[in-house]
Each structure stands twice: as C-alpha cells, then as structure tokens.
Design a protein around this ligand. Sequence first.
Ligand code: DQA
Length: 149
Amino acid sequence: STIMVLNGPNLNLLGTREPATYGYETLADVEVMCREAALSFGHEVECHQSNHEGVLIDLIHEAGRRIKEGEVLGVVFNPGAYTHTSVALHDAIKGADVPVIEVHISNVHAREAFRHHSYISPAAAGIVVGMGVQGYVLGIQGLVHKLKA
Ligand code: DQA
C-alpha cells in the first residue's frame, strides 16, 4: 500500500534554506530516499508539500479516507512551523484517526524555546527529531513496524 509523506511550510526550500540547520539535500532528494525506504518494505510513497495549513488538513482527511479503503497505510509528516502553532492540524490527525509519524530534521529541543512545544506530538503515533533528513527514512521504518505490531 501507500505511505503518504507530507511536508509543510518552507520545506520546498530544503537544500538552500539554512543548510547549517537543515542540510544540503533538496526535497526531491528526500523524496527519492523515502521512495527507496518504502520500496524495501514493498510499499509505495506519495509525497506532498504545501505552504498552506488548510491544504495539509485536507491531505490528512484524504489519508484518513484512503486508510479506511485499505489503500493508504499512514502518514510521515513534517509540519514545519505549523508544529508549534496548529491546533487545527492536531484536530485533523485525531479527527481523521490517521497514524502519523512526526518528523523534524533539526533537533527542535536544542533550538529556540518557541520550537520546544508541538501541537502535533500528542496526536502522533511516533516522533523522529534531530536525525537530519534520514529522519524521514526512520519515520517510514517506524510506521511500518508499528502498524505490523
Ligand atoms: C522543522 C522544525 C520547525 O521548527 C521549523 O519551523 C521547520 C522545520 C524541522 O524539520 O526541523 O520548518 O520542522
């Protein structure tokens, strides 16, 4: 089945955006890594990036519908800065009953205080933080293992 990989605001700038914090891999590079990781478990990925909160909410709802149809397994989600602001994304994950692995490239806990709180974490099935872009691969592995258990 399909694993949805969702990226939130500013992650389209990966590779050129604050490379000391986020590295030099582009979003396209990350999507290739995700595709290979999913394939090693016999799954496919579908990658989406949006700078718009409502679009991300719609994608979570879509994931919920497609999970019920047995077509989608779950979601690996880097919500970007919406992590720290979005009650609406928290509610979407809960409301659509979607297994979400929350991924942050950087170690948000070692950064500014405003990045220490996540509205997403209490609704997430698991969290990967501070492992660089490899975190997406770890997120896919974690999602597959969790859903097998
Ligand atoms: C991020 C961390 C967030 O605080 C930040 O707003 C991002 C990226 C990360 O992947 O480390 O956009 O989610």
